[in-house]
Design a protein around this ligand. Structure first.
Ligand code: SF4
Length: 848
């Protein structure tokens, strides 16, 4: 049955009414409630969940977090929280919190809830340190760490320093590889800097919104409420939703363009082509600011182990300059009719959108997230969106710009900024670049050349888990992750396929506040302090860095992750020296209390010292040797380490004042945010006045100077449409798309302990088109088996239209470990970013 616009609007209105509220509270009961209870203390924090980074105020009474409300002073969320944010207090108080370290003595119990026994911290730390040290000394290519975009900034920084400088290993990668890697590679390709240009304030000013494969209503609810508020404020504001299936986000759209999976590249290219052919692009802007390129094409698919090392795999990042005429000629194939034929979207709809992009009076904001990034051509699709905005000059202007939404609370702040990727050092620096290694060495006080041993990038996420499954990893450690639920192709990675049993033999360590499916595969589980049980910092999608204060103590013997990492580092590095001093003292002595032989007790002090060291990467003037390297360019502008442009303020500024959006610049003694990067204008109003003055050129068209890009010009890169890795056939006739829904965060390990959230969405369902149901002989509530080339799972079906796929496509959320939909998802990845495509596995469906 067709889903009418009316049905959608009604459904969305109900969902949104419960989704976003300003300043409301959801309270937990405490023993001290009522007369005579202790005083209530308020602390500041930022939400634990999505990349929106909403500010919250925590209320604490008798040592317990009793309630959380929206922080009206937080400039990212303006006091709003979605229902996950409103229930934050309860995520700390699930019945099954881990309070003691756990050890597994028998690997045969892996994959079951049994086999873990309680242990002392000393026993668990010694065991982990010994196992890591043995594996590291024997063959350091067989150790790995899987980090997270949910780790606080200083914690990620300390971890990156331990792994890269202490262990001299690049086998460390974050779960951001599964969510933002395509955006990151495209940022670096196009702008030579990993950051969005605009800010959330653009949502209040745009005339047209274009969502590209993004269900913002469920995945970024507070930002979506800002989008809908803008629409309500002005009836002329338009929203176009480009998607493979109707979602709650489609409800507010003036037009929903449902395209065949993977064909978004053809649509985006058709828009670029239309702008060029009809002279609707901004010639002045293009001449002043844009260079053109094309790259390796026909790049095939990346499923086989040898792909990355093959000649083709090694060539995927190659690009060559072309002129505008050649770029236009490449685009010429993408007529409206051709794109319509590939995508199934009417040519007139694509033309309508192209005309809006070409209208110089319209401010347009493109928003995208996992539909674009988790894509076998994810990096290319990011390029295609930038192409449109670069051709039209609709970028880095209030209300106009391409905005890549992040999935996790610190995907930008931690995973990307501090160097948790297998190929990176802190602050956009690369292990493969000798100048970047020298720069890192002086900040970390290492002898010159010390980091040359890590010049080759390590294993990316899928490679780590492939090698683990094949028995080639001896030691794996993870934190703020539940990889046994969230990885693709779990049939292989969890050893369900008998040829891949490596997970059983490897020594696996998991830091987590709760038992999860991942802890069922762990040899040691460290009970981790959660969110405001320690102080930390998150960096959200709009470059805003926010400190969250410690509000309460962790339960039992749970400890904060920074303490756990450094306790293990102290033990592992005890016999290693750097330049004649003990390696641990050399790297972490400044946060260690020698008298107590423990981490300095004051968390604020530990965080301040770590952050202020990390801050040097962005502010080389704080370190003479770093400054000397920064100035030691080889004569080309590109060679200068321009990290000083990503300035961060001292830690105290974030603690004592408020969140700041980097680059944070000091004017008359006050630290100010930069909201519109590279845009000239008053710094006090959020423009990049000081950046343009110091590094760019004033008076250019659009009042913009892309001073971090090579030649100060970002690249428009031609990327063709190439078909997805799998396409439906008679054996596997359905597309299978996965994603998130409002109530649950990622693997559900936190939101499912909140009764209200769990009751609201107690199980993962397979959303399916009613016509397909009829043909399959199934109806609502029936259990089906979903089988792909990679594995299978069982799930109940729903036609309730919360997610309404077209015929031939089904959708399921991934939060439920009992359903474990990722047993069936493919692990084909974008050859450039190595980010897997969770959106286009082909499956068959059978009634159970
Ligand atoms: Fe805000 Fe996201 Fe938290 Fe909801 S889950 S309150 S949108 S940060």
């Amino acid at each position: 049955m067709e889903v009418t616009r009316r049905t959608f609007v009604k459904g969305a209105a109900v969902a949104m009414a419960t989704a976003v509220a300003t300043g409301s509270m959801v309270a937990c009961k405490t023993e001290g409630d009522g007369p005579g209870g202790g005083a209530t203390v308020e602390t500041k924090a930022v939400c634990r969940f999505c990349g929106t980074g909403c500010g919250v105020i925590c209320e604490v009474k008798n040592g317990k977090l009793t309630a959380v409300k929206g922080d009206v002073n937080n400039k990212s969320s303006l006091g709003k929280n979605c229902i996950k944010g409103l229930h934050l207090a309860k995520i700390l108080y699930g019945e099954n919190r881990l309070t003691k370290p756990l050890i597994r003595d028998d690997n045969n119990t892996k994959g079951t809830p049994d086999g873990l026994r309680e242990a002392t911290w000393d026993e668990a730390l010694e065991l982990v340190a010994n196992k890591l040290q043995d594996a590291w000394r024997t063959d350091k290519s067989r150790i790995a760490f899987w980090g997270s975009g949910q780790q606080p900034i200083t914690e990620g920084y300390a971890l990156a320093k331990f792994w890269k400088a202490g262990l001299l290993s690049n086998n460390i990668d974050p779960n951001a590889r599964l969510c933002m890697a395509s955006a990151v590679v495209a940022f670096m390709n196009v702008f030579q800097t990993d950051e969005p240009m605009g800010c959330y304030g653009d949502l209040d000013q745009a005339d047209v919104f274009v969502t590209w494969g993004a269900n913002m209503a469920e995945a970024h609810p507070v930002l979506y409420s800002r989008l809908t508020a803008r629409k309500v404020s002005d009836k002329n504001v338009l929203h176009y939703d480009l998607t493979t299936l109707h979602t709650q986000t489609s409800a507010s759209a003036n037009k929903v363009l449902v395209f065949r999976p993977g064909s978004d590249l053809a649509i985006a290219n058709a828009i670029s082509n239309y702008l060029i052919v009809n002279n609707l692009y901004d010639k002045e802007f293009v001449e002043a600011h844009v260079q053109f390129k094309q790259g390796t094409e026909n790049i095939g698919q990346s499923y086989e182990d040898g792909y990355d090392g093959s000649d083709l795999g090694k060539s995927v990042n190659d690009v060559e300059p072309i002129d505008f005429a050649a770029f236009s000629a490449r685009m010429a194939t993408y007529t409206l009719d051709y794109a319509s034929q590939i995508s199934g979207v009417p040519a007139a709809d694509i033309e309508e959108l192209a005309k809006l992009f070409g209208d110089p009076t319209k401010k347009i904001m493109s928003l995208w997230t996992m539909g674009v990034n988790q894509h076998s051509r994810g990096t290319w699709m990011n390029h295609c969106i930038y192409n449109i905005h670069l051709l039209t000059g609709k970028i880095s202007k209030p209300g106009s710009g391409p905005f890549s939404l992040t999935g996790q609370p610190s995907a930008c702040g931690t995973a990307r900024e501090v160097g948790l990727f297998a190929h990176r050092l802190p602050a956009d620096l690369l292990v493969a670049n000798p100048q970047h290694r020298r720069y890192t060495e002086v900040i970390w006080g290492l002898p010159e050349g010390y980091l040359d041993e890590i010049e080759a990038p390590g294993f990316h996420t899928i490679k780590i888990f492939k090698e683990l499954s094949k028995g080639n990893i001896d030691f794996l450690w993870s934190a703020s992750n539940n990889w046994a639920v969230t990885l693709p192709n779990l049939t292989r990675f969890l050893g369900k396929d008998p040829t891949y049993k490596g997970i059983i033999d490897a020594f696996i360590v998991v830091n987590d506040p709760y038992p999860t499916l991942s802890t069922q595969y762990a040899n040691v589980v460290f009970p981790a302090a959660m969110w405001v049980e320690r102080e930390g910092q998150y960096g959200n999608a709009e470059r805003r860095t926010t400190v969250f204060e410690k509000a309460v103590d962790p339960p039992g013997e749970a400890k904060w992750d920074t303490w756990i990492f450094l306790q293990v580092a102290k033990r592992v590095l005890k016999d290693t020296s750097i330049g004649g001093t003990n390696a641990f003292d050399h790297l972490f002595g400044f946060v260690w209390d020698d008298e107590k032989d423990d981490l300095i007790e004051d968390q604020r002090e530990v965080n301040t010292r770590l952050f202020n060291e990390y801050r040097i990467f962005s502010n080389p003037d704080l370190n003479d040797a770093a400054q000397a390297i920064n100035k030691d360019a080889d004569g080309t502008f590109e060679a200068v380490l321009k990290m000083e442009n990503k300035q961060l303020a001292p830690y105290e500024e974030y603690v004592n004042n408020d969140a700041l959006t980097w680059p944070a610049r000091q004017v008359d003694g006050q630290w100010l945010s930069t909201l519109w990067r590279f845009a000239d204008g008053k710094q006090s109003e959020g423009y990049d006045e000081l950046g343009v003055e110091m590094y760019g050129d004033k008076g250019l068209p659009g009042n913009i100077s892309f001073y971090k890009s090579a030649g100060k010009k970002p690249s428009a890169v031609f990327r063709p449409y190439e078909p997805p890795a799998e396409e439906p056939d008679t054996e596997y006739p359905f597309w299978f798309c996965t994603g998130r829904l409002l109530e649950h965060w990622h693997s559900g390990s936190m939101t499912r302990v909140v009764p209200e959230l769990n009751k609201a969405l107690p199980e993962a369902l397979l959303y399916i088109n009613k016509e397909d149901c009829a043909e399959l002989g199934i109806s609502d509530g029936n259990k089906v088996k979903v089988t792909s080339r990679h594995g299978s799972f069982e799930i109940n079906v729903s036609t309730n239209q919360r997610v309404a796929p077209p015929k031939g496509l089904v959708f399921a959320p991934f939060f439920a470990e009992e359903t474990l939909i990722n047993l069936a998802t493919q692990d084909y990845y974008c050859p450039l970013s190595k980010e897997p495509d969770y959106k286009k596995t082909c499956v068959r469906i059978e009634k159970v």
